[in-house]
Each structure stands twice: as C-alpha cells, then as structure tokens.
Design a protein around this ligand. Structure first.
Ligand SMILES: *Cc1c(COP(=O)(O)O)cnc(C)c1O
Length: 483
C-alpha cells in the first residue's frame, strides 16, 4: 500500500438517502401507473446495449445521473411483469411487502451461509417455510429451504433421490463402474424442461428421462407409468425417481400424485412433485385437493416468486429426507467449522451454494401483510377471473374455443373458425397474439397442446382486476376481426 493512500469509503450517506427516497417514490409511481406503459418492451435487439457506453466511467458519476438513465434508457427495455395486463408465461408480481423485504435484505447484506454468520437468516427461513407449509395444509415432517428457482430445487431433489438409491455416486461417480445400472427418472410428456436439465446436469443422461404418456386431460397416466417402470426393470435399468406435476406449465394440468406415489413406492422410487406454479392453490381450502397426495411424496417444489406475490427470486424446496440432501452435498472445510454446528442447521449443507442471501425476509413480509385469508382470497379471485374469461371464450359464437380444462388461473384457448386447416389456425393465432402484444395493453404467450397451436392467458399479478381481463378479451376479438 502506498503511503499516500486514503480512505474513501462509500458515498456520503445523505446522497444515498436522497437518491433512495427518490427511487422509492419512483417505484410507488411506477406501480400505481404501470397500466400507462406498454406491457411488452418494444425495443429492437441490441438497442439498449447500443444506447449505453461500452466501458465503465473513469470517474464516479452522481446517483441522480444513474436514476435518470435508468428511467430513460433502461426502462424502455423492460417488459413489465408488474403490469396488471401481463398474462404471458405465468404472470407473477412483486407486491409492496415483498419489495420492502427485498430492499431491507439488500441494506443489511447478510450472508446466511452458516447459522452463526447471521442466525436470523437461517431461523427466519425455517419459520417462514414452516408457515408456508401450514398454509398449504401439509403435515409435519417437511424440511424446507429457499433456492433461486424451481430448476435448482428440482435438481436438488433428484440429487437426493440419486443418493437415496444407495449407489454411492457421491464418492465413486457413475462412469466406469460395472456395478452401475442405468438410472431412470420418469415424468409426464407435459413436464417442464427443468426436469430434463436436472437429469442432464446430474449425469444421468437425457435418454434416461422417460416421458410417460398423458390422458386426454394432459395428466400422467398411472398405467403407462407402471408399464414404463416394469419394462425398464426387465431391461436391467434401475428406476430411481418419478416427478409428477401439479400445474403443468403449458396448461396447468394436475398429475394424479396419489396414484403416482403408490406406484413409485412399490418400486423404491423417490417422488418429487413439481408444484412450482400450482402449489399455492393449496392455500385456498376448496382448491387444496389439487395437491392431494403430495404429503406422501419425498419432496416438492413451490415458487413464491410465481403466484405468491414475492419478488424474483424465491423458490422453495421441501423434503421429508433432509439427511439425503446432506449425504449428497454436505462438506466441512476447516474454515467453516463452528462451535454451534451440531445444534444448529447450516443451510450450506443442503445444496450447492455456500453464500445465501436473505430471501425469507420478503416471503415472511408477504405472508404477514396479507395473512392466510388475504392470500387465499387473492388466488381465488384470479381463478374466478380465469373461469370468467373461459366462459367468455366458450360462449363467443365467432369461432373461439377452449383447448384445455381450466384448473387454476390459466386459460388455454384459440381462434379456430370452421374450415381453417391446422396450419391456418396456427398462423391466425400467431398473428392475433402479435397484434395484441404490439398494442401494449395486454401480453399473452402461446404453446402447443398435442400439436394444436394455443394461446395462453395466465392470471397471477396482484394488481390484475376484471377490467384488465376484459380489455385483453376485447383486444383479442378485434385482432381476430382484423387479420
Ligand atoms: C415455471 C416452472 C418451472 C421452472 O421455474 P423456475 O423457477 O423458473 O426454474 C418448473 N416447473 C413448472 C411446472 C413451472 O411452471
């Protein structure tokens, strides 16, 4: 260090205070007036990049300059997930309490890698996940941890399932072993690609993810699962896990978890339920049956950052076998040994990441701000809106049709006037979607259901009201009339 080095520290506290107050005011205005913005960003590829300097400034710049550029240059490149007209993919929302939790977590910047590095980070995570478990009506015996996404939660679950199979993959790996059968994992043909990615990343081989056929309502067929497993066993493979889904991504179908568990148990398989989107319906008493059977599974994932009004990112992985996660992941280098390690949970033992941000704070604030009833009423309202929208589509005489049952807050539908070929219908619906999305008041996405091009209207933003759904429907009809 040279002798003339001086302490600089951070910016003056008052600069932060002024900019942060301005930023909070900006957020409040933004959320209140988001409907005035086009939901889907209209920028061309590369436009944001081209508008920004190609290297960092040599001298520091004032915070106000950054806030101005954020507003003028960055915001045009934002698609407004917090817009009540956002109906694409799975709509989500950052609610006020969730945003507060995120802000405070950034302020304290605690790293909960070990219990001792911030006891509250570990303990609030356990408390809030226990609250969430109870809200969902699930029994005791579930251990929960927060991850960034369902993709990682599912990866952890399958890593634990592989360890539970007793083949000592942790020590010996899987390659070059005469005693290692091919390990097989099963999910429905409509399962999310995160299952594929987990299987790939765990070295199980993509070929060893068996896609089980579904019935006419897009639910995994238990008889087909049973025969797939039996055929694999006969061929010398070793089934290790089944991943049913409660609320598939394309059409929110619900696999028969209870029947899947029964079959999986008979063959010694781990059951991981992918309820990334649909799990929160269990908070609504009359919808709880959708999660039926999950209490007997080995693990499941639910994403508060999808339909529980919690800002990105916050996924929750629950398991009945935390010790299997530990067997898969726990390691203790010298510098992480603490005097309290035997009496406390150290969340680093249950997954890959060491550092852990304080994600439970926002989830805790969301649950407290709305309460069990407030959450249930909001989810129920979204499902009511979806049913009403489905009714409008169903009773419209001009060639609209529903393409999947409405089980939650997602409606799958399309414009299919008689006489059009399947290819013409696909083109027409793509054009309708493009027109609606370009207009800016609503944003929808699409999927293919058994080869049928289908539009999806997913309701899940906390600020979405009936008027936003009606606007989307009006836009869809006028787009259909115009193509
Ligand atoms: C969204 C979704 C996922 C993936 O969620 P991420 O948190 O983005 O990884 C997985 N499964 C289902 C059923 C989903 O809807």
């Amino acid at each position: 260090m040279s002798s003339d080095s001086t302490f600089l520290g951070d910016l003056p506290p008052d600069d932060f205070r002024a900019a942060a107050h301005a930023a909070v005011d900006w957020i409040a205005d933004y959320l209140e007036h988001a409907t005035q913005l086009p939901v889907k960003s209209r920028v061309q590829p590369g436009a944001i990049r081209a508008a920004l300097p190609t290297s960092a400034p040599t001298k520091g710049e004032p915070l106000e300059a950054m806030l101005r550029d954020f507003r003028d240059t960055i915001m045009p490149g934002i698609t407004h997930w917090n817009h009540p007209g956002f109906f694409a993919y799975f709509a989500n929302s950052a609610s006020y309490p969730g945003i507060l939790g995120e802000l405070l977590a950034a302020g304290i910047n605690a790293n909960g890698m070990l219990w001792v590095t911030s006891p509250a980070v570990t303990e609030l995570e356990q408390v809030s996940l226990d609250w969430l478990r109870q809200l969902m009506g699930l029994g005791d015996g579930w251990f929960g941890q927060i991850t960034d996404t369902a993709s990682v939660s599912t990866f952890y679950a399958l890593a634990a399932a592989r360890e539970q199979a007793g083949l000592d993959v942790r020590m010996q790996g899987m390659a070059g072993r005469a005693d290692m059968p091919r390990l097989r994992v099963y999910c429905s043909e409509h399962a999310h690609s995160s299952i594929d990615k987990a299987v790939i990343a765990l070295g199980l081989g993509h070929e060893n993810l068996v896609k089980v056929p579904a019935d006419e309502n897009f639910r995994m067929r238990p008889d087909a699962l049973e025969s797939a497993i039996q055929a694999d066993i006969a061929a010398g493979f070793r089934p290790i896990a089944v991943v049913p889904c409660v609320g598939t991504t394309s059409m929110t179908s619900v696999d028969p978890v209870r029947a899947v568990v029964r079959i999986a148990r008979a063959h010694g398989c781990w059951v991981h339920v992918d309820a990334a989107y649909g799990g929160v319906t269990a908070i609504v008493p009359e919808m709880r049956h959708l999660m039926d059977g999950t209490d007997d599974a080995d693990s499941f994932v639910v994403n508060p950052h999808k339909w529980l009004f919690t800002p990105m990112d916050c996924s929750v992985m629950y398991t009945k076998h935390p010790e299997a996660l530990k067997r898969a992941f726990a390691l203790l280098p010298e510098y992480l040994i603490t005097s309290t390690q035997d009496e406390t949970v150290n969340l680093m033992d249950y997954g890959i990441q060491l550092g852990r941000r304080f994600r439970s704070l926002k989830l805790w604030m969301v649950m407290r701000a709305y309460g069990a009833e407030g959450i249930a009423e909001r989810i129920r309202f979204h499902c009511d809106l979806a049913r009403d929208f489905a009714g409008m589509v169903h009773f419209e005489s001009g060639g609209w049709e529903l393409t999947a049952p409405v089980t939650m807050s997602l409606v799958c539908f399309r414009y299919a006037p008689s006489g059009l070929s399947e290819a013409d219908i696909a083109r027409a619906n793509a054009a309708i979607m493009e027109r609606v999305n370009a207009d800016g008041r609503a944003y929808l996405s699409h999927t293919k259901l058994n080869g049928k091009y289908t539009l999806r209207l997913a309701i899940g933003n906390i600020r979405t009201d009936r008027s936003h759904v009606e606007t989307a429907w009006a836009e869809l009809r006028s787009a259909a009339a115009a193509i």
